[in-house]
Design a protein around this ligand. Structure first.
Ligand code: CA
Ligand code: CA
Length: 368
C-alpha cells in the first residue's frame, strides 16, 4: 500500500510515496539542517495513555478503558494482550501508566497503574502481571489504596537501572494531601519491584521519594537525573528534576518561588523550583529522553507531549542536564492532543494522541 507524504519545506510542497501498511498523510518539517517526516503508524485507539518501547522491540500501549496491546513498529499491526476487567474509567481515570521489567526476556513482568472500585470507593493501585507470550496473567498487587478521582490521578510508571519502580501520583483533587507525607497522593513514589519499600527511601518504611506535586504525568531518566512534567492549575505547568526527599511546593507554590506569598514557604520548606514553567499552561504530559545520533540536533533533549497545546516540544538541556537551554516545537496542531511520547533505540520518535476517539500512533523519522 502507499503512504502519501506531504513534504513541507519552507515554500516547497512535494508529494511522493513509499511502501507502508496504511495510506496516511505525513509532513516534513525543517529542523535546523535536518528534516523530519511524520506519519501515522496505526489508528483506531481510544484514549491511549502509555506508549513505551519494549525490550521485545515492540511498542506497548495502554488504553484508559483497560486494554494493553503490542504494536509491531514495522507494520502498525496491533495485538491485544490484556483487557483488565476491574479497570473503571471515569473522567481522566482508568488504566494509566505501564512499565516493563528491564530484563524482560528472562523476567517478562508488566507493571501497570489503574483506577478501580474498592468497596465502591474509586481507588488507584499498582499491579504486576506476567506476560506469557500471548496474554497477561498472575496479577500481584504491589501498592493499593492510592486516592483516585475523576481527575489528577497521575500516573506514570518508570523502572530505574537499579530496578526501583517510580510512580507519579496526583493530588486526586484533595490539595493538602500533596504536603502530607502520610498520604501517597501528590507524590513521586519509589518501591521495589516486589512492592516492598527500599531501605534507602527518604522516610523509613514510606514509599514517598518526593512530595508537593499536583499531577505529574511525565517521568524519564537522563543524564543520571530523574525528570518529570507536571500539570499546573491555571498557571505554571512545570518541568522538574526530581530529587530524593525534596518538596516541590504544591499547593503552596506554583512554578517558581516568585510571589511574595510563596517566598516564605519556599525558604522554610526548601522547595525545589522547576527548570521551566509555562504560563499560560500547555498541559504537559508524557516525556522521553533523546540521546540518539539519528537526529543529532535533538541529542541531550527531553521530548515532551502536550495536550492543550497539541504540540511536541524539544527541551534542549545544558550539558549537565540541570537547565533547559532552549525550547522548540517539533510538531504543532497536526494531530490534536498528544498524550505520550516514546523514543525507540534507533532514534525514531513515537507519539500517541489523546483525543478520545480514533486516536493514533504517530512516528517521527528523518527524511531519507
Ligand atoms: Ca512545583
Ligand atoms: Ca510562582
Amino acid at each position: 500500500m502507499k503512504l502519501l507524504i506531504i513534504f513541507l519545506a519552507i515554500t516547497t510542497i512535494a508529494l511522493f510515496s513509499f511502501n507502508c501498511k496504511k495510506s496516511k498523510p505525513t509532513q516534513q518539517i525543517p529542523i535546523s539542517d535536518a528534516q523530519i517526516q511524520v506519519g501515522v503508524l496505526t489508528s483506531g485507539l481510544s484514549h491511549p495513555w502509555e506508549l513505551l518501547w519494549g525490550p521485545d522491540n515492540f511498542l506497548w500501549v495502554t488504553e484508559r478503558d483497560g486494554k494493553v496491546s503490542r504494536i509491531d513498529p514495522k507494520t502498525g499491526n496491533l495485538t491485544l494482550v490484556a483487557n483488565i476487567n476491574d479497570v473503571v474509567s471515569r473522567g481522566e481515570g482508568g488504566l494509566l501508566g505501564m512499565a516493563l521489567h528491564p530484563d524482560f526476556s528472562t523476567v517478562p513482568e508488566v507493571y501497570v497503574a489503574y483506577n478501580y472500585l474498592k468497596e465502591s470507593s474509586y481507588t488507584e493501585k499498582i499491579v504486576k502481571y506476567t506476560y506469557n507470550g500471548t496474554t497477561l496473567s498472575n496479577p500481584i498487587v504491589l501498592l493499593d489504596n492510592i486516592a483516585a478521582n475523576t481527575f489528577h490521578n497521575g500516573c506514570r510508571l518508570l523502572i530505574s537501572s537499579e530496578k526501583k519502580l517510580f510512580i507519579s501520583t496526583g493530588d486526586a483533587g484533595n490539595q493538602p494531601l500533596s504536603q502530607n507525607i502520610n498520604s501517597t497522593s501528590g507524590k513521586i513514589l519509589r518501591i521495589n519491584l516486589d512492592g516492598t519499600i527500599p531501605s534507602d527511601n527518604p522516610v523509613s518504611g514510606n514509599p514517598i521519594w518526593s512530595f508537593g506535586h499536583r499531577n505529574a504525568q511525565g517521568l524519564v531518566f537522563g543524564n543520571g537525573l530523574l525528570y518529570s512534567s507536571e500539570h499546573g492549575p491555571n498557571t505554571d505547568d512545570e518541568f522538574n528534576v526530581i530529587r530524593k526527599g525534596i518538596n516541590y511546593g504544591w499547593p503552596d507554590v506554583h512554578g517558581f518561588c516568585d510571589e511574595n506569598s510563596e517566598k516564605d514557604f519556599c525558604s522554610k520548606n526548601n522547595v525545589a523550583e522547576p527548570l521551566k514553567a509555562w504560563t499560560p499552561t500547555i498541559a504537559v504530559s508524557g516525556i522521553d529522553f533523546y540521546n540518539s545520533d539519528f537526529i543529532p540536533q535533538w541529542k541531550n533533549s527531553v521530548i515532551m507531549a502536550t495536550l492543550k497545546d497539541e504540540s511536541l516540544y524539544q527541551l534542549k538541556l545544558n550539558p549537565a542536564g540541570d537547565a533547559v537551554a532552549d525550547v522548540t516545537k517539533i510538531i504543532s496542531g497536526d494531530f490534536g492532543r498528544l498524550r505520550d511520547v516514546c523514543i525507540a533505540p534507533d532514534g525514531k520518535v513515537y507519539l500517541v494522541t489523546g483525543n478520545g476517539s480514533n486516536d493514533k500512533v504517530i512516528v517521527i523519522s528523518k527524511k531519507l
